[in-house]
Design a protein around this ligand. Structure first.
Ligand SMILES: Cc1cc2nc3c(=O)[nH]c(=O)nc-3n(C[C@H](O)[C@H](O)[C@H](O)COP(=O)(O)OP(=O)(O)OC[C@H]3O[C@@H](n4cnc5c(N)ncnc54)[C@H](O)[C@@H]3O)c2cc1C
Length: 255
């Protein structure tokens, strides 16, 4: 079980522009928090309560890999230094290289937003609590609670930072004082592959009279798990549109 329901409080120090975000009918039981609920959070004046799904990525990704392989998919793990090295071996390249697209495709508009989180042992935490500014959050998972976070644009370091750990703990203890003194199991760092807009499109590269068919699917920023199913479906549709072209390209190369 790697998807499960979680109740969430999203709280604001000043009233947000929209009391009801665009996704309010997608989540379950969306409502504005009562004054009694808000009283628990000093310095917060407005809140939204709802139930949504959490994905336990550490379990979901291995499951997806297994599913891919059991459907005939083959995995080969290696760095691609030049996308043209794939020409002749594969009919189409689906580019999900995210930040790697800077070097592979010369896309300088994608950049990292470093994020640090802490995994802590706090089994009594059952509610997902998030400051509306998105910087501080307490996210209960299956076996640990994740405390966040940080957002550092253009920071390529994947090393945890001790000051960030202290800041995250301070902010999360302010949100939920029972976390005071909690034991940190692990500090985790990731780079959100950020772009002003996702890139999901067909691309036909041409070099020395040769064509390389590419589908781009990258730039998921801080929401890749939330939206990956939809972006993968769009990329698949684009791939289906390219299939007639694949035959033309291989016919030509045979003539
Ligand atoms: C702290 C933090 C919290 C987050 N929280 C959430 C959340 O709550 N909800 C949510 O939806 N999302 C969240 N995200 C965002 C989510 O993790 C990303 O959007 C998602 O991982 C992006 O996936 P991706 O496959 O597009 O890119 P990546 O995960 O960056 O994968 C790209 C892959 O391409 C490979 N690659 C690159 N270049 C090459 C090359 N030349 N040759 C071979 N391989 C290459 C890389 O090694 C990597 O494996 C969070 C991210 C962080 C850091």
């Amino acid at each position: 079980m790697f998807f499960f329901f979680v109740n969430r409080w999203q709280i604001f120090k000043s009233a947000p522009k929209e009391t009801h975000p665009f996704w309010w009918q997608i989540v379950f039981g969306f409502r504005i928090m009562s004054d009694a609920e808000l009283a628990k959070f000093s310095s917060y004046i407005f809140g939204q309560a709802f139930t949504t799904l959490k994905c336990q990525a550490s379990q979901y990704l291995p499951w997806m890999e297994k599913r891919f392989k059991s459907n005939g998919g083959h995995l080969e793990c290696r760095k691609v230094y030049n996308v043209w090295d794939l020409h002749g071996t594969y009919d189409v390249v689906v580019n999900c290289s995210a930040l790697g697209s800077r070097d592979l495709f010369g896309d300088q508009s994608i950049y990292p937003v470093k994020g640090q989180v802490l995994e802590v042992n706090a089994p009594w935490i059952k509610h997902f609590i998030r400051d509306g500014d998105g910087n501080s959050y307490i996210y209960p998972g299956i076996s640990v609670v994740t405390l966040g976070g940080t957002r550092q644009k253009d920071d390529w370091s994947c090393m945890p930072n001790a000051q960030a750990t202290k800041d995250i703990l301070d902010r999360c203890c302010h949100l939920e004082p029972s976390l005071s003194g909690v034991s940190v199991i692990q500090e985790k760092v990731g780079l959100r592959p950020t772009r002003s807009a996702l890139r999901i499109e067909k691309d036909i590269l041409i070099k020395n009279g040769q064509q390389l068919l590419v589908i781009h699917n990258y730039g998921h920023g801080g929401g890749g798990f939330s939206i990956h199913w939809g972006t993968a479906k769009t990329a698949t549709k684009l791939l289906q549109e390219l299939i007639p072209l694949i035959h033309n390209v291989s016919m030509k190369s045979k003539l």
